[in-house]
Structure formats: C-alpha cells, structure tokens
Design a protein around this ligand. Structure first.
Ligand SMILES: NC(=O)c1ccc[n+]([C@@H]2O[C@H](COP(=O)([O-])OP(=O)(O)OC[C@H]3O[C@@H](n4cnc5c(N)ncnc54)[C@H](O)[C@@H]3O)[C@@H](O)[C@H]2O)c1
Length: 279
C-alpha cells in the first residue's frame, strides 16, 4: 500500500513510519520538519495548514495516517492550537477526497473524553459511549475532527478511523513511572492511562485494513494503568462518586479498549512493567 504519514517526524510518527515500512508498505512522511540527513524521496516538508500542499503530498496515495498536529494543550496559544489542528485536519480529509484516497486513519485524542477530569468522568471504565466533553481548544479541535470525519465518510463512502489515543510513551519514558506511584492524584487527569508508542503504531496499521464502513472512533490505550495499585482502589480514593459500569479486574485500564479490540483487532503488547521493576 502507498501510505502518507503526516507528522511522520514526530514522537508517534517515527514509530508509525518504521512499523509500516517493516510491514512492507511504501511510506511517504509529510511533516513541517525533517532532519537534513533524512531528506530523500520518502519524506516531504509540508505545511498542512496550506490546502494546496496537502493535495500535492497525498497525490497517488492509497491511504493516509494523519498524525500531524500541535500535540497537546498549552504548547501554543489556545486559538492557534485550534486553528492549526482543525485546519490541517480539514485539509488532509479534503485532500484525501480530492485524490481518491481510499482510507483515512487519524489521531484523535483521549482529551475529548473530558480530560483533565476536573469534572469527574461520567462513568468508568470510560468508553466511546460517553458524551464528549472537550475542556481545551486542543480537545475541541479533535472533536471537530471527529465531526468532519463523520461527514466526509458519509459523503464519500471512504472509511475514516479516528484513534482516541491515550498519553503516548516511548521506551525511555517508563523511567519516570515510579514517581507516579505514591500519589494517586498525580495522574488522575487521564484516569492513569497511557499507551506504548509501538502499540499506537500497531493500531494505526490495523486501522488501515480493518473492516470498517463510515467513520469510527476508538480509544487506544494500554490494557493497564500507570499505577501499581488496583484500579478499583484508585477510583475509590479519587473518584468515589463515579459509577463503575462493571467490576474492575486488577490494574485494568479505565480507558476501555474493547471497541479497538473488536473493531481493529487491536491487542496491546507493551506494558510499563516490561521496562520498570514493580515494587
Ligand atoms: N503525545 C501524546 O501523548 C498524544 C496523545 C493523544 C493524541 N496525540 C495525537 O497524536 C498525534 C501525534 O502526536 P505526537 O506526540 O507524535 O506529536 P509530535 O509533536 O511529536 O509530532 C507531531 C508532528 O506534526 C508536525 N506538524 C505540526 N504541525 C504541522 C503542520 N501544520 N504541517 C505538517 N506537519 C506538522 C510536527 O512537526 C511534528 O513532527 C497528534 O495528532 C496528537 O495530537 C498525541
């Protein structure tokens, strides 16, 4: 498959590009920045806020994995984050239509679920049936992306798979995990969720070929939490008023990944405990 990965030079993008190439795909990385030693015909410096550049870079692609974005709230002024992320997502979706690209996979975010949960989550484990509650311009742009994806998919018939990705960890990031364990409040902002970057790559790859019609969104997280304590224990201490939809098993994720498992065949294969000894 000829695949364009936008944001291919970013934290997730580098792993996604490598994973897709390792699985035999021809991958073009489109990003604002590429390291000079990487410049070859497999990367293209592209500003996706410019529609013409988006159209040009997607020419001839079978599929696009759209990861390019300002990756969190608070990095840029709020309105800038919204403008850059919403406009580049529109441009990628519209350029995919203009080029007859057959599949769109793109990074939404766990933030649409109501992070940082200053207002407690509606229930736990939280899943895609929860009403979206964007609390930042970043999350609002992701929700706008989900709405745009639904409309592009309805009109064009092209499947659009939005991945509500949790907090992405590269292997080196796990060294900081022990600092989370003494205070349950430190990571309550995303229900103690995380996802290994290699599992993000897996989800993107699976979403390219999954039997999906129309627009779908699914949460992509690890199957456990960043913590050593049981998930029921964390909920009882920090969010005692939040209803539990079912009995929680051990340290299971509170960002439910059942839909990604069902829809994509996603099965996370990396855990922090492979990298950091448990106390
Ligand atoms: N990092 C996380 O924990 C996390 C969690 C949930 C969702 N996401 C989403 O996943 C995606 C990838 O995140 P990441 O952590 O790899 O981010 P990153 O910042 O490491 O990578 C994003 C890349 O996009 C590029 N980019 C930004 N604006 C661009 C533009 N206008 N045109 C072309 N390229 C542009 C940047 O140069 C960068 O290389 C983003 O959409 C982000 O919102 C990230």
């Amino acid at each position: 498959m000829r695949i364009v990965v936008t944001g291919g030079n970013g934290k997730a993008g580098r792993w996604v590009v490598r994973d897709l190439r390792d699985h035999g795909h021809s991958v073009l990385s489109a990003d604002l920045r590429h390291e000079p030693w990487e410049w070859d015909d497999r990367c293209r410096i592209t500003d996706l806020t410019d529609y013409g550049q988006a159209v040009e870079v997607l020419a001839g692609a079978d599929a696009v994995v759209h990861l390019a974005a300002i990756p969190a709230p608070g990095i840029r002024p709020a309105a800038d984050t919204f403008r850059i992320n919403a406009v580049s997502t529109y441009n990628v979706f519209a350029a995919a239509e203009a080029n007859g690209v057959g599949r769109v996979v793109w990074a939404s975010s766990e933030t649409v679920l109501g992070l940082p949960f200053d207002t407690p989550p509606q229930f736990a484990p939280l899943d895609e049936t929860a009403e979206p509650r964007p609390e930042s311009s970043y999350a609002l742009a992701k929700l706008a992306g989900e709405t745009m994806a639904a409309q592009f998919a309805r009109r064009t018939g092209v499947p659009h798979v939005g991945l509500r990705i949790s907090n992405i960890m590269e292997p080196d990031d796990y060294a900081q995990f022990p600092s989370y364990w003494t205070d349950a409040h430190l990571r309550k902002w995303n229900l103690w969720g995380y996802v290994d970057v290699r599992d993000v790559a897996q989800a993107c790859r699976l979403a390219l070929t999954a039997a999906v019609a129309g627009a779908e969104v699914c949460i992509v997280a690890a199957d456990d939490t960043v913590m050593t304590r049981d998930s029921a224990d964390l909920m009882a201490e920090v969010f005692p008023q939040v209803p539990l939809r079912r009995e929680l098993r051990g340290r299971e994720t509170l960002l439910a990944i059942d839909r990604a498992r069902r829809l994509l065949g996603y099965a996370p294969t990396h855990r922090w405990s492979d990298h950091v000894p448990q106390p």
